[in-house]
Ligand binder design. Structure first.
Ligand code: NDP
Ligand code: ZN
Length: 178
């Protein structure tokens, strides 16, 4: 298997799926910056070179946020990658608060590979929130997000020292005990 070809195929797939989406920051950054950035955190800061983890990071929001199906992911990237993406995908049919509660509960039960993707996803999003407050978010909403993320990360501990240390720096800045 050619690692470079697989990574580029996956990046291209994700970019086409997210092409009409923007992040919530005031600059309305293209959404694809996020999955690419999550994969980059894993290779650069987490020291991860496992292809399936990198593919799952690139694809982690495609089913949750676009018309992509798990079947499509499986056809293109196989069962293992699909399994990881499935683990990190929220059930959108549930109310938002229920989904947030389930993320906390599911974190500790997730596989090692899914935990890596979740750690990098949380780290990217918290850094994004520190960089710029999304339009309409009060300081209280931002703080609540940090606190909720802290509860999710509690269940992910013992997975990757470097990523957890970076998250701890952020949590300390926001007085989140986790
Ligand atoms: P949202 O789920 O609405 O938004 C956060 C998610 O948006 C992230 O997890 C991330 O998910 C994605 N995202 C896109 N752009 C950005 C960005 N620039 N920075 C960070 N994340 C981005 O937030 P919540 O509903 O969780 O709100 C936070 C807290 O505020 C909650 O705990 C809630 O209790 C409280 N609150 C919520 C209100 C609401 O209407 N929901 C109203 C008032 C308070 P991804 O990785 O998928 O891209
Ligand atoms: Zn994400």
């Amino acid at each position: 298997m050619n690692f470079t070809r697989e990574v580029i195929k996956c990046t291209d797939f994700s970019a086409r799926k997210h092409k009409n989406q923007r992040r919530k920051d005031t600059e309305k950054t293209p959404y694809i910056n996020h999955p690419i950035g999550v994969a980059y955190i894993l290779t650069e800061e987490g020291g991860i070179s496992d292809l399936q983890v990198i593919q799952a990071a690139l694809l982690h929001d495609t089913v949750e946020d676009t018309d992509t199906t798990f079947e499509e992911i499986e056809e293109n990237f196989g069962k293992e990658v699909t399994g990881i993406v499935r683990e990190v995908t929220d059930d959108k049919s549930l109310p938002k608060m229920e989904r947030k509660k389930l993320q906390i509960e599911h974190a500790a039960k997730a596989s090692y590979k899914a935990k890596l993707v979740k750690l990098a996803d949380k780290l990217y999003n918290l850094r994004d929130l520190e960089r710029c407050t999304p339009e309409g978010w009060t300081p209280q909403r931002v703080q609540e997000y940090f606190e909720w993320a802290g509860k999710v990360v509690q269940g992910l501990r013992g997975t990757n020292k470097a990523l957890e240390a970076e998250l701890d720096v952020i949590f300390r800045r926001h007085d989140v005990i986790c």
